[in-house]
Design a protein around this ligand. Structure first.
Ligand code: ADP
Ligand code: SF4
Length: 587
């Protein structure tokens, strides 16, 4: 059985560990075998070929958890596609772009999804696992995929017949480096001459003259999607296209992305919102393995069976179990609506900000309650949160409360050099068992905020907000950048904090599966974005979901096998039946 060793170089801190602690403690090094050495970059470097079982002890020796040693599964007999370095992450196989189809890629963060699509987008040249080699010969790759769909794709690739257009995950980074107005940027990339059509579909009309670095996250996401589709290409790749978009926009871009696929065009999408993925993808590739160490890509599967296999954690065709538990979507228990004492009340309020007016109903939130907040972008959800948090003062209505509030904003991009352990001081003091440990945050303690990935930053920010001494916690889009498993984990942690501390929690989010799991009641916002917003509720989950789904004219059912919510096909028997009964939301 082959073993792989990975040293996370950005975590390895030889000074911090007292000087190459792993080398000092390595039983092999003590016997004169140089299994771990000081690498050219000054960090620890493991010589995998010299490693054996006894070296496993160093994994626990490193105070920064920088070392991983894992045995590869027996069934894995293929050659790797790429290895980042001698003791770095390895990717086995690639997703399969298919003409005429949208192929979804699902898997946890750190399993190699972005690596795989960067290879397909030619921004990483694969080395077939030989880290010493600059890049491999394309013919070698073709040979590797002989007899598969991928061989045909690679041959086209070789003949330069594949032209890729790619939307990366973190749109904030594009924004940071871009200058000028939205229109100027889109004009520059308008190869397909479909600018007018794309502006209309993606509703960009109102922001064309805005400076690119002044638009919101949801607007930037739509601009990035527009720029991607305006390029002439036959392989379009989208890394998490739904982040920061509201449900209406998610459905719209899902349809738009689906329509891009035709006999000459293939589309690949990474997406963690299960409802959106289900709506978009024809086929899926599942990626599994061990985060940060190695990733394997499954065969292509029809979307429904593939997504259910992913949730199940089991690939029947290959007889591979890649997770020791199923991801389950439990049916709502009636306990979710049990009333506790009121913790916080707000009056009917009005607030005018420039051309925008927000009107809110009087409402309350109970002890131990989680209220989900749904509605389009630009409709006043954040303004409402700020009124509750006392950051803004209402024009009419007076908020009389001494309640303290902890608030996690939507945008987290950070240049801060502050260490994670300092940011999480209060959480570490009171919530090690119920927040820090389940979110694996100890591993991040010694890192600076600016070194964290989107998903890591999100976990830290949610943990910080949940752990602060406050009566009410407001979370603005906590699911962004988290994978499906992390979303489920975070929703369990949020529920647990509410139940054990009695705190009341309000969450703005657009992932219906996530809100469905975590919330007791819903607030829905209606109106005209950037003009006027009205807050309705809080009301029961069923009432709130019905209101929202009716507006977007979709009905949801539960998948009979996995229990996950799915969108009914428009005008299908189920869709019509549910619409006639006024039941847009399953119960
Ligand atoms: P995903 O997209 O599934 O979240 P990624 O492809 O981004 O996964 O990352 C897979 C693994 O590869 C991670 O452990 C990541 O840290 C590592 N990795 C990514 N880029 C590099 C690089 N340039 N050098 C070394 N390791 C990298
Ligand atoms: Fe020290 Fe860990 Fe780096 Fe080894 S891997 S040198 S123990 S920080």
């Amino acid at each position: 059985m082959k073993r792989i060793a990975v040293v996370e170089k950005d975590r390895c801190n030889p000074e911090g560990c007292g000087g190459y602690l792993c080398i000092k403690k390595s039983p092999l090094n003590r016997m004169g075998i140089e299994a771990i050495v000081k690498g050219p970059d000054g960090k620890a470097q493991i010589n995998e070929d010299l490693a054996n079982d006894t070296l496993q002890v160093v994994v626990n020796v490193c105070p920064f958890n920088a070392i991983h040693m894992v045995k590869l599964p027996d069934h894995l007999t293929t050659r790797p596609i790429h290895r980042y370095g001698k003791d770095q992450f390895i990717l086995y196989s690639l997703p399969t772009p298919t003409f005429g189809k949208v192929v979804g890629i699902i898997g946890v963060n750190g399993i190699g999804k972005s690596t795989a699509i960067k290879i397909l987008a030619s921004s990483i040249k694969p080395n077939l696992g030989d880290a010493e080699k600059e890049e491999s010969d394309i013919d070698e790759l073709i040979k590797l995929f002989k007899g598969t769909e991928m061989q045909i794709f690679m041959e086209k690739f070789k003949k330069k017949e594949i032209i890729v257009s790619y939307k990366p995950q973190e749109v904030e980074l594009i924004q940071k480096n871009a200058k000028g107005k939205v229109k100027e940027l889109l004009d520059k990339v308008n190869e397909t001459k479909k600018l007018k059509e794309v502006i209309e579909i993606l509703e960009l009309d109102n922001i064309l003259d805005n400076d690119i670095n002044k638009i919101s996250g949801g607007e930037m996401q739509r601009v990035a999607i527009a720029a991607t589709v305006l390029k002439k290409a036959n392989l379009y790749i989208f890394d998490e296209p739904s982040s920061f978009l509201d449900i209406k926009q998610r459905l719209k871009i899902a349809r738009f992305i689906r329509d891009l696929a035709d006999e000459d065009t293939s589309v690949l999408v990474i997406e963690h919102d299960l409802i959106v993925m289900d709506y978009m993808a024809d086929l899926v590739n599942i990626m599994y393995g061990k985060e940060k160490v190695y990733g394997i890509v499954s065969q292509l599967k029809p979307a429904k069976t593939g997504m259910n296999a992913y949730l199940e954690g089991y690939l029947k065709d290959d007889n591979v179990r890649f997770r020791d538990h199923k991801i389950k979507f439990e049916v709502r228990s009636s306990d979710k609506e049990k009333k506790k004492d009121v913790r916080f009340e707000w009056p009917a309020m009005e607030k005018k900000l420039g051309n925008f007016t927000l009107k809110s109903n009087a409402g309350n939130i109970h002890n131990q309650e989680v209220i989900g907040i749904l509605g389009p972008n630009g409709i006043g959800k954040t303004t409402f949160m700020k009124l509750l948090a006392g950051v803004e003062t209402p024009d009419t209505g007076k908020l009389e409360t001494t309640a303290t509030i902890s608030y996690k904003p939507q945008n987290l991009a950070s240049d801060s050099e502050e260490l994670v352990m300092n940011v999480l001081k209060q959480t570490i003091q009171y919530h090690t068992n119920d927040i820090i440990d389940p979110l694996n945050l100890k591993d991040l303690f010694t890192r600076q905020l600016k070194q964290l990935s989107g998903g890591e930053l999100q976990r830290v920010a949610v943990a910080e907000a949940l752990g602060k001494k406050a009566d009410i916690i407001l979370l603005d889009e906590p699911s962004a950048y988290l994978d499906t498993e992390q979303r489920l984990k975070i929703s369990k942690i949020i529920r647990n904090v509410a139940d054990t501390t009695g705190k009341a929690i309000l969450i703005v989010d657009h992932d219906l599966v996530f809100l469905d799991y975590v919330a007791n009641r819903l607030i829905v916002f209606e109106g005209q974005p950037a003009r006027e917003g009205k807050q309705i509720g809080p009301m029961s989950m069923e009432e709130g979901m019905n209101l929202l789904l009716k507006e977007v004219q979709i009905t949801l059912r539960r998948d009979d096998q996995s229990g996950r919510p799915r969108i009914n096909k428009l005008d299908s028997v189920m869709d019509r039946k549910q619409k006639d009964a006024g039941k847009y939301y399953y119960n």
